[in-house]
Ligand binder design. Sequence first.
Ligand code: URA
Length: 184
Amino acid sequence: MPEFADIGQIRKSVTGCTRCDLCKTRTNAVPGKGSENAKIIFVGEAPGRSEDARGEPFVGPAGRILDEALSSAGISRDSVYITNTTKCRPPSNRVPTVQERAACSDYLQAEIRIIAPEIVCIMGNTAYASILGGTNITRNRGKVTVHDGVKYFPTVHPAAVIYNGALRDVLGDDIKTLAGMVGA
Ligand code: URA
């Protein structure tokens, strides 16, 4: 029997999670958020400062870039589900370790199993490596992969746009492609 029967159970478990040391430094754990009927799940790396303060994913600068890409593609944020590979903020926003990601991975697997979206959009190298063992998101973005019966679409991380403005159109175009794939 799977450990989690619904999103509420995952949320409750994430909120009180002590599986790794990130629980000692977080303000709030950050469970996934959005529609349980979502056709698309977006997966980022880990919460940053704003997310840790609010307990919600993608509500800081990277979230504003994601919101802009969603709205340009005609996707409402409420219609999708947004989550991370790691549900607690790593100190100083360092990349979560392989062990931290592994401690958290069954939350993400359960989110995908329960929501059963048409496609999972992987954002950035950390999520790409964690979920599909992939590298070089810049080269491999936009390539759909099916793994264990789940369709994945990798794209660049919204935060990468902050450092490289040329990626704004790449992200925007990828999200429009995704919208077309699910008829959003
Ligand atoms: N970056 C992420 O990967 N996830 C968030 O929730 C916010 C910023």
